[in-house]
Every structure is written in C-alpha cells, then in structure tokens.
Design a protein around this ligand. Structure first.
Ligand code: M6R
Length: 628
C-alpha cells in the first residue's frame, strides 16, 4: 500500500521529476488516493501534490511547473490516517530554512497520537490528519538537533532519521529530503517494503523494483530496521542504531516490457493472457530428465520435512484460495493434515503450532503485512516456514526458512490472476515434493502428475481461446445486482475466487458457496432469474462427486436460478440443467482449478469493463496490502 520513489541523479542533470513521476506511474497500483512529489534543488524544496489518481498530479505539474532538480521523492497514496484530500497527500513538510524536510511514508505509525500530542504541546501546528506529518515534524526536530551537534550533509539527515525511527512504533517505510542538501535522499524501513536501484551515476529507492526497472535491473534488498542514504554514486546502509550493514544485491530477471500493457486494453487483460506462460515458467526447471522433482529452493533438511506432522497454510485474499486448493492436493498426496487459515486470523488466536508444523505462506507480493506478521508468529512458535511468493527479494521469503518462487512475472493489475495460477502450480509441486519425501506419493505417481502438470499450459490456452461466449454473457449481465458461485472439492475455492473477482472488479454483490452447503441456508437466496455459476467436477471424480453437483444444479434450477455451468468437454450430464455451458478441456480432477477459474476471471473483467469501471485499479483497493 502506497508507492514510494526516491531518486538522486548526477548534480546538474535536472531530470528528477520525470524519473520520479515515471516511477509513480509504475507503482500506482499500490494506491491511488493521491499523488505527490518533492524536489530538492539549489533553491530548497519544492512540492506538488493532489488528491486522486496520478493524472491529477500530472495536470497540476503542467499548470504549475517545478524548477528542474536532480534529486526528488514521490508518493502515491492508499489512505489510512485521514481522507484522500490534497492536504493529506504526501509529501509532508516540516522544519524551516536549510533544515526543512519533505517526508513520504508507507505503513502505519502506531504511536502517532502520542507523538502528535507531544508536538502540539510544543506549539507545532499540523496541517493534515496523517501520521506521516507527525513523523516529518519529529524528523525536523532531530535534523535541527543533529546539525547543532555539527553533523552536515547526508550524514546529518541519516542520523536524524535513525533517531526518528527509534521513536516510532508500527510498520513503516519513510523517505526524506532536506532543503540544505540537494544531493541526498534517505530512507528507512521497518516491516514495510523498500528496495534500492543501482544505476550508472544515479541511484533509486522504490517500494518495489517496478519503480526503476526502466533504468536499472541491479538492486539491493534492505533488511529489517535499516536506514539507507542514497547519492548519485550509490547507497550506504546502517541499522537504526547506526551499525553499518551490507544490502543484499539481486538482479531483476524481468525487464520493462513485462511491466507495460503491450497493446492490451488493461494490465489485467494482458495478465489473464499470460497465464499459460505463468504456469509453464513456474514448472520450468523443477523436474529432472527422469521426471523427478527438483526443488532447490527448499532449504529445510529432508529429515525435518519428513518429520512434519501438520501443514498450516497462511495467506489472504486470492492467495488464500490457492491455499485451499493446496489442502485437497497435499492431503491427498501426503496423508498429512492441512489447515488453511487467513493470515490475519492465525496470528490473533492461539494456534497449535510447533517445530513439527510446516507453515506455508502464499503471497504474490511477498509484502502483505497480515501474512508477514503471521509468518513471524509461526517462527516464534518454532514452526518451519516455506514461502510461495512471486516477488524476488521481498520480505516474506527473506524471513522464511525456504522459498518456492512462482515465476508469473510482474503482476500489475490489482486483481490477481496469473499469480493465482502460478501459486496453485507451486502448491502442487510442494505437495508432490512432500509426498515423495514421506513415501506417500510413489515415483510413478509423481512422474504422472508432473506430466499432467506440463500439459496444463496448453489447456489453459485452449480455455482462453474459447471465451467469446463468456464475454457476451458478461456484457449481457452488466446490470446484475447479485451473482452466486457454487463449487465442491477443489471447485469450492474456485467459486470463492470467482465471487471475489466479481466483487472487487465490478462492485457487484457476489458470494461463493460450497455447493453442498446451499441446502443448509443459502438456497433461500435463490429466486427467479438469480444467476448462479456452478463449477462442476469432471465425471471421472471419485466418490460420485460429479453426480452430487449435478443434483445441486437441479435443486437451484427448480427454484428459478439461471445456471451458468463450467464443465469438462464431453460432460453431457449437465446439459439438461444448464442455461449456458462453458467448456474446459479434460484434466485430472485435482488440477481442474487451473482451468475452471479462467472463465470466471474473464467474466468479471469483461463485466467491469462493460460497466465502464477501471479494471486495473478498482476503487478502495491497492495491490500490496502493507498495513494490518
Ligand atoms: O500479495 P498477496 O498475494 O499476499 O495479496 C493477497 C491479497 O491481498 C490479494 O490476493 C487480493 O485479494 C487481490 N486483490 C485479489 O485479486
């Protein structure tokens, strides 16, 4: 939540504004309640900020241009403290003369009320309702003190920021510039994301690498509780206590084209189309010539993994539905209990977790605060932790015992699509790996499932190629007030994901239910014309599952529901009870979510577009949820 950019170019180069605004454009998916910039030039600090999307700030910059500068910071906001107004937009200014500072922030400063009261008691007048402005005033106070002690240049601002951070509680990334020092940006991070980009004669800070990917792919990850000072020559890092530390260098393995729309109407449309590739890339290099699994990134010893007696999956939103799919697969292949829990619930009860528990976190961004806090809690309880993550160098994998990266490439649209398919694929791999290790999945079974998995990208493509009717239905249903989604077994999390996609993109009431649960209450919602998507398991499913779902379709059809059925090619049993049948290719029942979710993604995106909504940036949301 909130996108942050910092930049220092060569003295006199004067291009900071363009670099910062370009960076904000690439980070806008992190929040779009307001945007603002501050430049540090020879004449001091100059800021522009505006409520609403970045386009509003761009218009303001046209109307009221800034003098060129080589150093700047920029922010795109997801509001927490104070509404999305001009006054609450970042940067926030504090101090005066050479010691004036401009500050931008991501996260929540939990002791801001006490600090605010302290400042007000000293006569400081605050111009906004934000916790950020409080931090800016605390920083300005330390700048004046530090400079009074004789420190100057970048070291003065860095030391003042360290002192400030030691006073702050909560999770935060802060960036600051000072009027008297136009060649330095300082940054600090505690639990919120911040990475350094190392260019040729220019240095960057960003909430993620997208901020600077157009100019460099060489980056440094920062650790917890660290302060970084950047100049055009590079970066120096210390702890909050001033101990020098090295950042962890990494090279970004995707380029700027991957973070652009490439001719599509939206990032989401592009990312939906990239799904066959996302699945294929996540599988790539994970099995050897004999079809055996190779998971090098799992760095927990085989003895420890073999001793695991319970798996707990923690995650949020779409990632948690990938976790629910994992439960069916891992329990089936590994004969081990799997609990799936929202990360934000896990931490606040008293979970039964110990050193024999494997806690698997799933996160596209690797920065979701609820999930990060749950991982930390699990480690405190002694559990071994594996992160399934799409973002190299992000916090959750860095703080986990092992990581299984998904290789979906950058996901920019706020609504997750290709990352979901890649997460499910990674869960299958982890399940097979554990099953092989525990002896519950034979080498033959592992080989067979791997072959099935390698066939999935082509099948996902087949689904994508046959969705014109789904698009028509979506346009036709643009005025719907409520849509229900039913599924059983692995179709149940797919139903939940279909409902989430529709809620977040089209702002339509949508609910996903386990089909068998309907008769226990929710069936009362069904009346004439109620649209209901039903995710039907293949006829080959065990335990007569298919027949049960066909009965559920009949039950709702009898009560007037409009049944929109997603079923395998050749499944004729559903035809008499379906107003529409959306076909997907045949595949093993456990792998079906990789196919059945795709029509639901496209349905939601098309319907939202038909309503004239912003598919990439739905209201009130942000891509990376870095507050609890
Ligand atoms: O980055 P993460 O996977 O941890 O994000 C989790 C959720 O915030 C995310 O999946 C969210 O639900 C998306 N908006 C779903 O489309």
């Amino acid at each position: 939540m909130c996108g942050i950019v910092g930049y220092v170019g060569a003295p006199g180069s004067g291009g900071a504004l363009d670099v910062v605004v370009d960076g904000l454009a690439r980070l806008e998916y992190r929040g779009y309640d307001s945007a603002g910039v501050a430049l540090a030039g020879p004449g001091g600090l100059a800021t522009r900020k505006k409520a609403g999307k970045l386009a509003n700030l761009r218009a303001l910059l046209e109307a009221a241009p800034l003098e060129p500068a080589s150093t700047g910071i920029g922010h795109t906001r997801w509001a927490t403290h104070g509404g999305p107004t001009d006054a609450n937009a970042h940067p926030h200014l504090a101090g005066s003369g050479d010691d004036e500072v401009a500050v931008i922030h991501n996260g929540i400063i939990e002791n801001f009320a006490a600090l605010r009261a302290e400042l007000e008691a000293k006569g400081v007048e605050l111009a906004s309702e934000t916790d950020t402005e409080v931090a800016a005033h605390v920083l300005a106070g330390h700048v004046a003190a530090v400079r009074g002690e004789g420190l100057d240049g970048g070291e003065a601002l860095a030391e003042a920021l360290r002192r400030t951070c030691r006073r702050l509680e909560g999770a935060f990334t802060l960036l600051a510039v000072r009027s008297g020092d136009p060649s330095t940006v300082v940054g600090a991070r505690r639990s919120s994301p911040l990475v350094v980009g190392l260019g040729e004669g220019e240095t960057f800070l960003g909430s993620d690498v997208a901020a600077f990917i157009g100019r460099t792919r060489d980056a440094l990850a920062l650790g917890q509780d660290e302060v970084v000072t950047i100049t055009a020559e590079g970066a120096t890092i210390t702890t909050f206590d001033g101990e020098p530390v090295e950042g962890s260098p990494f090279h970004v393995d995707w380029d700027v084209e991957a973070a652009e729309k490439g001719g599509y109407s939206s990032f989401m449309a592009k990312e939906i189309d990239e799904q066959p590739r996302a699945v294929a890339d996540t599988l790539l290099g994970r099995s050897d010539a004999e079809g055996r699994l190779v998971l090098d990134e799992v760095r927990i010893s085989t003895e420890e993994l073999a001793a695991v007696d319970k798996v707990v999956v923690i995650s949020c939103g779409t990632s948690s539905y990938a976790g629910q799919v994992a439960k069916y697969a891992v329990e089936h292949w590994c004969r081990i209990p799997v609990e799936v829990e929202y990360a934000h619930e896990f931490r606040y009860r008293d979970p039964v977790v110990d050193e024999r528990t494997l806690v698997v976190s799933i996160s596209q961004s690797g920065e979701t605060m609820d999930t990060l806090m749950a991982v930390r809690h699990a480690r405190e309880l002694g559990a071994r932790t594996v992160s399934i993550c799409n973002t190299n160098g992000s916090t959750i994998p860095r703080e986990s015992d092992a990581v299984l990266y998904t290789h979906a490439g950058p996901e920019i649209a706020v609504a997750s699509t290709k990352a979901f398919l890649a997460q499910i694929t990674a869960c299958y791999l982890l399940g097979l790996y554990l099953g092989a290790l525990r002896g519950t999945a034979s080498p033959e079974l592992v080989k067979e499932v791997l072959e099935d998995l390698h066939a999935m990208p082509a099948k996902v493509q087949e689904v994508l190629d046959g969705l014109e009717r789904v698009r028509e239905i979506a346009r036709f249903m643009a005025d719907s007030r409520s849509v229900l989604f039913l599924g059983r077994h692995v179709g149940y999390p797919v139903a939940l994901e279909g409902a989430l996609k529709l809620k977040e993109l089209a702002y339509i009431h949508a609910e996903g239910f386990a089909a068998g649960e309907l008769k226990h209450g929710p069936i009362a919602l069904i009346d004439a014309g109620q649209p209901v998507f039903v995710v039907v398991p293949p006829p080959s499913s065990p335990h007569g599952l298919h027949g049960k779902v066909v009965s559920n379709i009949q039950e709702i059809r009898a009560r007037g529901a409009r049944t929109l059925v997603i079923a395998e090619e050749g499944d004729e049993g559903v035809v008499p009870f379906a107003e529409e049948v959306i076909r997907v290719p045949a595949c093993p029942p456990l792998l079906m979510p990789l196919l059945t979710v795709v029509p639901l993604q496209v349905f939601a995106a098309e319907l939202a577009a038909a309503k004239g909504l912003d598919v990439d940036q739905p209201r009130n949301l942000a891509k990376s949820v870095t507050v609890e």
